[in-house]
Design a protein around this ligand. Structure first.
Ligand SMILES: [Zn+2]
Length: 602
């Protein structure tokens, strides 16, 4: 582990002599003016040079108005002469470059520094030259004194960054300024964990490092190596206790990281990292080289997003980060989400993917047309995986299909044709798998999750659950101060008030070194409490400390439950072991607390 505190004294101004063949981008950070100034230099090859800004960001299938963010744009020749231009549509500038050798475009985009750091994404920031997106791009920075920039492209000796084409440049977000950074090495390659935002001081950096390393190593093992020369985790720290959102990139990811680093944070990191292969390199052919003017049409988003999510749940269990119970909770959650949407009976997973651009009045919604391709795709991954495992007596699995698709696409080869998924399924599992694909992927309807789980000796059914009703929810702002009550049910209003701090629960002090470790501790202590018993807590209110005793009533709810079935036999047990990894039914630490997160504040 190597920890680096940035904002050191050395100047980080990096101007490179522009190589004439490359399209140049100089980004000047102006934190006080809350903007980034971009100077783009283009060797001219025709009498009119067309520049465009993307209308969407790869990975997020939603049309965006990035054009209105390009401000005060002007074009000059190598002699400094202002060049005329026309604007046939909002995102295109046709510049008159007759008798001009080099075109310079200057503009700025708004960027709010957060706690001294700036962060930006490629597509809203960089214009491209129409029909010349395959040319190399050279990026340089002009930064305030003491600032450094971190991105997933290797830095050259002169401080510049060279991307082989526009797609690579645009797919490398940048963090710069005052941030915290840790690094680790995996398979001989450097990995950087970059934290920004006010709450970065409260992150359990040692734990996050372990988590990122676990994700990196388990997935490198799965695919047999790491497909980049360096990797950057760009984390923006949010006050949430778990969860968050992210976007995948070629050699980095942008993640809103919950300061509590709950179990779903692990899934989020595993999901974005798995995209390094599935989406970024195993991609259907419309997903790169990109047409940035319109959303891509691919029927494979259920595979690219949903099956990615399936592996993000499966691998942390298979490699021992969580126990099997945590994976079963993921099955339940995806079934609940999928089956709460009636559209599943009308729209196939293929169409949910292919028609995503029709959602949201033709602007796309990044989750699917009618049906959500994340949770439906997750269940499809499960059903197809079990089908393949049982059809081949455990000799083959979805892992083989994933790796075969990677072999087909890796090393910069074109994306796969969409029937490739079906073809590989049939290759490993015979025609039975083709029939399953035709029915489950290409047609609307209910996925046979119960029947598939039964083949692995697991049952899924509705059970009455009786959980203790604490009558309050909480969050953590400061791990040395305890849990802050965010809501208090009317039944507890006489003894508790929202805003008060809980400093002790059942004799255990609610103080810890980090928000993550306190979140974990509090969740474990609360998970041990039983319905019908008395819970004692110590609360710190306006008048100081006071003990509170409360009877724990129960909340009864019908809940879907996946668990080993009584009819499970040794054959099923063997299949299950190969699928979920060495038997560890229960997660002792963080993982078992997923259910309790529901009680925590968002
Ligand atoms: Zn994703």
């Amino acid at each position: 582990m190597r920890t680096i505190r940035l904002l050191i004294g050395s100047a980080a101004m990096a101007f490179a002599a522009l190589c004439l063949a490359d399209i140049g981008y100089k980004v000047k950070a102006l934190p006080e003016q809350q903007r980034l100034e971009v100077t783009m230099t283009v060797p001219v090859t025709s009498s009119t040079t067309a520049l465009q800004v993307p209308s969407w960001s790869p990975g997020a299938y939603v049309l965006r108005d990035f054009a209105s963010g390009i401000r005060d744009i002007r074009f000059t020749s190598e002699a400094g002469k202002e060049l005329a231009f026309t604007k046939p549509e909002a995102f295109t500038w046709n510049v008159d470059t007759a008798n001009v050798k080099a075109l310079t475009a200057t503009y700025w985009v708004a960027n709010n520094p957060a706690d001294g750091a700036m962060h930006y994404s490629g597509p809203p920031t960089y214009l491209y030259v129409v029909d010349r997106k395959t040319e190399p791009c050279l990026l340089t920075f002009d930064l305030p004194h003491g600032w450094l920039a971190v991105l997933g492209i290797d830095e050259r000796r002169d401080g510049s960054y060279r991307a082989e084409d526009y797609d690579v440049l645009a797919d490398n977000p940048v963090t710069m300024g005052d941030f915290l950074m840790d690094s680790y090495s995996a398979r001989g390659k450097p990995h950087y964990i970059v934290y920004r935002g006010r709450l970065k001081q409260h992150i359990d950096r040692e734990f996050v490092m372990r988590m990122c390393r676990q994700v990196t190593e388990s997935q490198a093992e799965f695919f047999g190596g790491l497909p980049y020369s360096k990797y950057v985790w760009h984390f923006s720290v949010s006050p949430a206790m778990s969860g968050g959102g992210g976007l995948e990139h070629l050699s980095s990811t942008q993640i809103g990281l919950a300061v509590g680093v709950g179990p779903s944070t692990m899934y989020l990191c595993a999901h974005e990292f798995f995209h390094l292969w599935n989406v970024k390199r195993i991609r259907s052919y419309p997903l790169g080289p990109f047409d940035y003017t319109q959303l891509p049409k691919t029927g494979a988003l259920w595979w690219l997003e949903g099956v990615t999510d399936y592996y993000a749940s499966l691998l942390p269990t298979r490699t021992g980060w969580f126990g099997r119970d945590e994976f079963y909770r993921q099955v339940e959650s995806n079934v609940n989400r999928t089956r709460s949407n009636e559209e599943r009976l009308k729209v196939s997973p293929y169409d949910a993917s292919y028609r995503v651009g029709e959602a949201n009045n033709g602007r796309g919604n990044s989750s699917g047309f009618g049906v959500n391709y994340y949770n439906t795709g997750w269940l499809l991954g499960l059903c197809l995986d079990i089908e393949l495992r049982t059809a081949t007596s455990g000799k083959r699995s979805l892992d083989d299909v994933m790796r075969a698709l990677y072999d087909q696409c890796k090393d910069g080869r074109p994306g796969f044709e969409e029937e490739s998924i079906r073809r590989e399924l049939v290759r490993f599992g015979a025609e039975k798998l083709g029939e399953a694909y035709d029915k489950w992927v290409m047609q609307p309807g209910e996925l046979p999750v119960e029947q598939q789980l039964e083949k692995m000796g697991l049952s899924m059914r509705l059970r009455m659950a009786r959980d203790p009703d604490f009558g309050f929810s909480w969050t953590i702002d400061d791990p040395s101060a305890g849990l802050r009550l965010t809501t208090v049910d009317p039944s507890r209003a006489e003894v508790l008030k929202a805003g008060e701090q809980v400093v002790e629960i059942a004799g255990v002090s609610m103080r810890s070194a980090t928000i993550r470790s306190l979140r974990d501790l509090a969740s474990q202590v609360l998970a041990r409490q039983q319905v019908g018993t008395e819970l004692s807590i110590v609360v710190k209110g306006e008048d100081g400390l006071r003990p509170v005793r409360m009877m724990l009533g129960s909340k009864v709810a019908e809940r879907l439950r996946v668990e080993p079935a009584p009819y499970s036999n040794p054959v099923m047990q063997r299949l299950r072991d190969a699928w979920l990894g060495p038997a560890r039914e229960k997660t002792e630490a963080v993982g078992s607390l997923a259910r309790l997160e529901l009680r925590e504040a968002a």
